[in-house]
Write a protein that binds this ligand. Sequence first.
Ligand code: KG4
Ligand code: ZN
Length: 345
Amino acid sequence: MEGKALKDDVYILAIESSCDETAASVVKNGRTVLSNIISSQIPLHTLYGGVVPEIASRKHIEAINQVIEKALEEANRKLEQITAIAVTYGPGLVGALLVGVAEAKAIAFAAKKPLIGVHHIEGHVSANFIEHQDLEPPFVCLIVSGGHTHLVIVKDYGTFEIIGRTRDDAAGEAFDKVARAVGLGYPGGPKIDKAAMEGNPHAVEFPRGKVEGAPYDFSFSGLKSCVLNYINHAKMTGEEICVPDLAASFQNSVVDSLVSRTVAAAKEFGYWKVALAGGVASNTALRKGMESACKKEGLSLFYPSPIFCTDNAAMIGVAGYYEWLKGNTSGWDLNAVPNLKLGER
Ligand code: KG4
Ligand code: ZN
């Protein structure tokens, strides 16, 4: 990679506030996480069955200063000892993103530090570099979060070629909707994951969504409708639903779609390294399913620990470091871009 001459260690202070976690982190030289502070609003949003954007923004404002202070304190670094400030500027909830962006701009301006706007999804992918110090692009990455489902080739740090995407719901969204329908509550992914451990994945044979003519695209809305129909039918006929069986069967269908396309893409495009990213990458069945499929095909699989799969600022610090190396700093006009596309800056 072309880049800066690295005489000194690089310390990135990173801020993440795109959804319902207020997070800050200090990352050294792009690979070593010195602190990773996450203030989660999940218990608050659980009361409403999902993220309430207005509440999220207010809570970010309340928490952000303390979270940043704690991140610096735990890293044993003063602001003057920080090289640059990285912040998620999209995609995400606009009011939530704005809190982090405004904060990062204020700190960077006052402390005379460079500002680096980071793509949230680039952050998710970069989470893999934290615990896999030898992992370098290129590799195939399956990105599965609450808002995104993408199959990409990571050609270089921050450079992606998209080979598949969802045509309707994101994988995490499907988990959340099905969990709500069976009364498991928010956030649905971890609840389905847990319930499924006691269930039979073959109890109900749900369809695997396919997109005609696009072998690497995903579709989860048909599966979601089938699950909802199944629940309605059971309610009408007075049958009792076995939640663990339903959760395991639904999850099995999602995992099958994700694993088969990812492994097929790695083989077709000739990559032997496969990585997972995003909140759904912490799903137990997905990790197991991908592990055994990769083993069978002789592929190496990488995924972050659960704490680095769901939203955090350490991943933003890693992505920020590689953008900094490329000289991609942002101006004081950096703004929140709620629908920022993957590959855009
Ligand atoms: O990456 P993330 O924290 O936020 C977004 O950028 O969207 O992902 C959140 C999503 C939610 O839909 C949540 O239900 C899902 O990730 N999730 C899981 C698991 N943990 C979180 N889905 C399945 N199994 C899990 N263990
Ligand atoms: Zn995320």
